[in-house]
Design a protein around this ligand. Structure first.
Ligand SMILES: *Cc1c(COP(=O)(O)O)cnc(C)c1O
Length: 405
């Protein structure tokens, strides 16, 4: 099976949409991905014929729903190569997964313990740690980055100490596209006995991850960025670690027994899944991963690398162009500014020509502070995008710049 972008595009109905008289050019994949027909059909079918609450019912629909939900967990387990299906915890998304770890793993930490993150994290991988550090008297440290937007790993040796309990870093920067050398970071962290959380919100849609080979302790990601629905995500954690951690939220499904005096908790994964979950979200996320697993993943990677190289070359031909994030290893995301224009104005004029990009700080204000800029224009590509779309985007961009200068 070889990679055929036209065949892929046919499976994403939204790509046929027009914005005014212009065909939609969707370059905001870093914010959320579009959904293939099989995921959309799965959602419809569920509500039309299968809807029921899970895990509790003796009736037919409840059993079907439960089976489908647990099947989705197994699909995701297989895709990330987790040892056990119950190491896959359904969450509401990446943000929720990180908050779960901060709240629960955080209870095992003591004053003076250290957490190491990086300067290029998404706010959702900064704020929960700042809150936790304040609450428990922890020390929060940052791996710095250089002008190219690469982590400066020379300093890792000094930053990691006996007191470091957790290192939490993004695999791919949502603002700059940098692919971080997470295998190297995980190995260094493990040498001092620290656990490692990988923020995979920007990586699973571009490359497969094998959690056992990588040996990460936690991996978090969001359904909506990997061709599934919003409001669902996954926290992968190693079994021993998840067993040591206290529950996150209390409620139904996460208990074994409840009396008015005392509650005993359910085992994994239910211990961390209180209340009625996003049932169809989980099922449809499983469907999205199933769909992805059937694609030509090597072809996808090659196509996205070509889009990145082509767009970088074309953008650099524009006068006053500055690309932020020029790391040697990059995913298909480009952040840029054009001298004499405001990103918001450029984004608005692009939208008027059917091009969807994101402007602003991309939930990474420390990166913007580093470059001393308020924000950027970000074009983030997925494998359903084409070189022809990039050509149209460049034409639209040049028109916007002319209008603004
Ligand atoms: C999008 C994103 C998040 C947050 O994901 P949500 O789906 O909004 O919870 C965290 N980290 C990175 C790198 C992201 O791109």
């Amino acid at each position: 099976m070889s990679f055929d972008v036209n065949n892929i595009r046919k499976q994403f109905p939204i790509l046929q949409t027009k914005i005014g008289k212009y065909p939609l050019i969707y370059f905001d994949n870093g914010a959320t991905s579009q959904k293939p027909q099989s995921v959309i059909d799965c959602i419809n079918t569920y509500y039309e014929t299968e809807n029921a609450n899970i895990h509790r019912g003796v009736h037919h629909l409840s059993q079907v729903s439960t089976e489908n939900y647990e099947e989705a967990r197994k699909t995701i387990q297989a895709y990330i190569n987790a040892k056990k299906d119950y190491e896959v915890i359904f969450t509401q998304g990446t943000t929720d997964g990180i908050n779960l770890v901060a709240s629960s793993f955080g209870k095992l930490l003591n004053a003076g313990d250290e957490i190491l993150i990086s300067q290029m994290e998404h706010h959702s991988n900064i704020v929960p740690w700042q809150m936790l550090a304040e609450e428990r008297g922890l020390v929060l440290k940052y791996i710095p980055m250089n002008e190219a937007g690469e982590l400066i790993l020379d300093q890792l040796g000094e930053l990691l100490t006996e007191k470091t309990k957790l290192v939490s870093v993004t695999h791919i920067s949502n603002a700059l596209g940098t692919i971080n050398p997470i295998a190297e970071i995980i190995e260094a962290a493990h040498k001092v006995g620290a656990k490692v959380l990988i923020d995979g919100a920007q990586s699973l849609q571009h490359m497969q991850i094998d959690v056992q080979q990588l040996d990460c302790d936690f991996l978090v990601f969001s359904g909506h960025k990997v061709f599934g629905p919003t409001g669902v995500g996954v926290l992968y954690g190693k079994e021993e670690l998840l067993n040591e951690m206290p529950p996150y939220r209390g409620g139904g499904d996460m208990i074994k027994t409840v009396t008015l005096e005392k509650t005993t908790y359910n085992g994994l994964p239910h211990k961390f899944e209180a209340g009625t979950p996003n049932i169809i979200g989980g099922i449809a996320f499983g469907k999205a991963i199933e769909w992805l697993a059937e694609q030509d993943l090597k072809g996808i990677k090659q196509h996205e690398d070509e889009l990145l190289a082509y767009a970088t070359e074309k953008l650099n031909e524009i006068e006053g162009m500055r690309i932020y994030g020029t790391a040697a290893e990059k995913g298909s995301t480009i952040s840029f500014l054009i001298e004499g224009t405001h990103p918001y104005d450029v984004g608005t004029l692009l939208n008027q020509q059917g091009v969807a990009v994101r402007t602003g700080h991309h939930c990474t204000q420390p990166i913007m502070d580093f470059y001393k800029i308020p924000g950027t224009i970000r074009a983030s590509f997925s494998f359903y995008n084409t070189k022809e779309e990039i050509d149209q985007f460049i034409i639209a961009l040049k028109k916007a710049v002319t209008m603004l200068s």
